[in-house]
Design a protein around this ligand. Structure first.
Ligand SMILES: [Zn+2]
Length: 367
């Protein structure tokens, strides 16, 4: 077997073959014995191999074509089954407990380890995902914004998804710009539409500039009370059900979450209100995380829990706070494979489920 050794220093990465690595070590430590050197090389090689893990992120998984909102961006249930089939044949799906153990140096992960994560507490996960994971005998990790099962209010993130799935994007953009003009003035102050568009309409891998602009305005950029009013108006105009009704259909209940846990699924923390934590004032950020932890108490070990930052938004203050409160791992939306030996444990990258077959083979290019 050919061992390769991977070194990372600042932003420079070097891969050395086994022989080069031995030569380098001999040069650094000329008096060390060859036996010891070989042993340490092999162990180090395994050590590095065993730390790599593919973490995959899912959101909506549902009967898309036959649902009331076929334009919701999610994975159709038939594709999900085919994907799980592919992943179980080509990777070793591990549990969050195994990952936590390996991250603390107590255990090793198998080669081509994969962890499946599901964000936002959707009923889809209880109805469609759980039975399939059970059928394949694998675990999923589910990250729950505390508000979803305590108040039955619709999160902003979902309000926006369903507005976008129900309206024409050009008409919606016009509508939102008009409303932003309407509310701008004495009570609320924020930059001009032109300035905001320049700053926020930055397309990403999944959304064009118009869609991103609508999302950013209603999720974070406008003052909270303005964006609540605008998104409630637009929701009423375009979606056709009440927010409360949709919230009941959309999220898992406390009892369903308990059932997930009883069936061996891992339950983790995703804030309370699904805020952009990295954009909040320190006090509001801490209150949101604390409130999330309080309502999640029946599902988590308060001394050793896993954080998943809503929208992948965090900063140094957020990291410091979740570490102090007992988070042992943190999941982001940075794209790529994670390395438990090299990455910050509170900043692990993930792949999107669309990066794997049968949707695509992007994971091979991203690495
Ligand atoms: Zn989320």
């Amino acid at each position: 077997m050919l061992w390769r050794f991977f070194f990372k220093c600042d932003r420079i990465s070097v891969v050395l073959d086994f022989e080069d690595f031995c030569f380098l070590l001999m040069a650094i430590q000329p008096r060390c014995c060859v036996d010891g050197l070989l042993k340490s090389c092999v162990e180090r090689g395994r050590y590095i191999e065993m730390g790599k893990i593919y973490i995959v992120m899912y959101h909506y998984v549902r009967e898309l074509t036959h649902s009331r909102y076929p334009r919701i961006k999610g994975m159709d249930i038939r594709l999900f089954r085919r994907q799980i089939d592919y992943l179980t044949q080509n990777f070793s799906v591990v549990t969050m407990e195994q990952v936590m153990e390996a991250a603390s140096g107590g255990g090793r992960l198998p080669e081509r380890s994969m962890l499946l994560t599901f964000d936002d507490a959707y009923m889809d996960h209880y109805t469609y995902v759980l039975p399939i994971l059970e059928e394949y005998g694998i675990q999923g990790s589910f990250f729950i914004p505390g508000k979803t099962f305590t108040t039955h209010q619709l999160l902003d993130v979902n309000k926006v998804h369903f507005i976008l799935a129900s309206a024409d994007e050009n008409r919606l953009l016009e509508d939102i710009l008009e409303r932003m003009d309407h509310y701008r003035g004495a009570e609320f102050d924020y930059p001009s539409n032109k300035e905001l568009f320049r700053e926020y309409a930055v397309p990403n891998r999944f959304d064009n500039e118009k869609v991103i602009f609508v999302k950013r305005m209603l999720q974070t950029a406008l003052p909270e009370r303005v964006r609540n009013r605008i998104s409630s108006d637009l929701f009423e105009k375009y979606v056709g059900v009440t927010e409360e009704q949709l919230a009941y259909e959309l999220y898992m209940t406390f009892d369903q979450l308990m059932t997930m846990k009883r069936h061996g699924m891992y339950i983790g923390v995703h804030g309370y209100d699904h805020y952009w934590l990295g954009e909040l004032e320190q006090q509001q950020m801490q209150e949101d995380i604390l409130k999330g932890l309080e309502v999640m108490a029946p599902f988590i070990d308060r001394k050793r829990w896993v954080m998943n930052y809503p929208y992948g938004s965090y900063n140094e203050e957020v990291l410091k706070y979740v570490r102090k409160e007992g988070a042992c791992l943190g999941l982001t939306t940075k794209v790529g494979s994670a390395d438990l030996r090299m990455d910050e444990r509170l900043e692990l990258p993930r792949f999107d489920c669309n990066d794997f077959p049968p949707k695509s083979e992007h994971y091979l290019e991203i690495g």
